[in-house]
Design a binder for this molecule. Structure first.
Ligand code: FES
Length: 212
């Protein structure tokens, strides 16, 4: 079992690693394709012309993200308010598989109030567009960062009918590919969906939602 403090420090390292070369306002985001599960990650530079200053970001300024480089089944991690935010580009099969676990997750329709979800993402796939999941990558139990377990099927620590999702290494909580926590796990809530909106088809703004 992984020590929670150790896992938290690993998370911090990942988050810190997401922001480099601030002088040029250049962000390095970490992408992991579906084939990269198991530790191989590729660093891809993203130039954000509206990237806020370090102080503004710490205070919670919205973060603009170019999502055009995420391959189907891939994931991009960015930092917002000091937290890792995951953007997962789900395949059609992954979106369809969400239905299969509706009865196994604790809060299938995001009704719980701990992390209120914006109206345009309050649906089965918990996102504005079914293709893109946007969630804070912090477990709702004690704050570890869950690991990607995108491949379906039997594997260690997961059920034989696993459809793909995330596994928290600290105490074994599991989440589907909409960030919904499975029943009878230590984590009490789904992964948080941060306020977000699309500025264009390929640009996300994290930290702000569309006015109703
Ligand atoms: S921190 Fe305990 S299960 Fe995730």
């Amino acid at each position: 079992m992984t020590d929670p403090s150790e896992a938290a420090s690993r998370t911090a390292t990942t988050v810190a690693g997401a922001a480099v070369d601030q002088g040029r306002r250049t962000w390095i985001a970490i992408t992991c394709g579906a084939g990269a599960i198991g530790g191989v990650a590729t660093a891809v530079p993203f130039v954000s012309t509206f990237a806020p200053s370090e102080r503004a970001r710490a205070a919670g300024a919205p973060v603009q993200v170019d999502i055009s480089g995420i391959p189907p089944g891939g994931k991009l991690t960015v930092e917002w308010r000091g937290k890792p935010v995951w953007i997962v580009r789900r395949t059609k099969e992954q979106v369809e598989a969400l239905k299969k676990v509706d009865a196994e997750v604790a809060d299938p329709n995001s009704e719980r109030k701990t992390y209120p979800i914006q109206a345009d993402a309050k649906n089965e796939w918990r996102s504005i567009k079914p293709e893109y999941l946007v969630v804070v990558g912090i477990c709702s139990h004690l704050g570890c960062s869950p690991s990607d377990r995108f491949a379906p099927g039997a594997q260690p620590s997961l059920p034989d009918d696993w459809q793909g999702g995330f596994l928290c290494p600290c105490h074994g909580s599991t989440f589907d590919l909409a960030g919904r926590v499975f029943k009878n796990k230590p984590a009490p809530d789904n992964l948080e969906v941060p306020p977000h909106m699309y500025v264009s088809d390929t640009t996300l703004l994290i930290g702000e939602e569309k006015k109703a």
